[in-house]
Design a protein around this ligand. Sequence first.
Ligand SMILES: *Cc1c(COP(=O)(O)O)cnc(C)c1O
Length: 307
Amino acid sequence: MLAAATAALADLNTYPDASASRMLAAIAAATGAPEEHLATGTGSVGLLQQIVQATAGEGDEVVFAWRSFEAYPIVVQVNGARAVPVALTQDEHHDLDAMAAAIGPRTRLVLLCSPNNPTGTVLSRESVEKFLAAVPQDVLVVLDEAYAEFVRDPEAVDGLDLVAAHPNLCVLRTFSKAYGLAGLRVGYAVAAPEVAAALRATAVPFGVSAAAQAAVIASLAVPELLAERVGAIVAERDRVAGALRRRGWTVPDPHANFVWLRLGTRTADVATQLEAAGLLVRPYGGDGIRITIGDPAANDRLLAALP
Ligand SMILES: *Cc1c(COP(=O)(O)O)cnc(C)c1O
């Protein structure tokens, strides 16, 4: 990937392919989604920004679960819309019934995140289908699947299977997480042709660099490397979660590349304690900490450092 990206820099005096046609073709081949259902952007957050801008302005409402991805309230507020956060259930899942009930006449957009960052829980396919049936057709539902490649649960939703039957569903995927290309800023949306066309039309021109396009094409050509890397992380994730549970920790089933510990008022203390042991974790206010899975040695150090 690095070689492909570096080689592309030889042409840094030229613009990238504005329609990103080779990259789109590679994504279409890898996902099975026809090209007219696809749009690429500067990270999935870039696409999310386009979606919010196109759908929700002053006085409009955007419903999302909380706690979830930190970018959601920011992107909503930057566009002048009103954030409607809906609390997660006790077991750290989206409360889809409460989210459906939170949809009002001003709601333009609903954001679902599966696996949810930072709790790692997934939505089932059945629950998302039921939710989509309850949402008005003129409300767009975004399903953010930034960690899709780490999911092993056969009941979990796979947005790509639902797009064809749901014209108001837009699935977001990224090359930032499992593919390890966060610095290059590439993500893609899979949606009905009208939604995908609107996203292509409103994208920042030449937003996805030639180096990013080359790295994505090179990455998609070696799926076995991705499978190996992700498989190793998934095995370690499940080992760490199992070890923590045996020691009495409550760990929601992890489906991404991290585990979530709800620590409440102990959050800051435990994060500081781990930092003192040379382990960097992500504390979230008074909610809990997200621990990203590292190599086996780092994970062992984590297990040794936790009470
Ligand atoms: C990391 C992340 C993203 C995206 O990132 P990009 O780098 O902008 O593609 C989107 N959603 C969630 C839930 C994430 O964790």
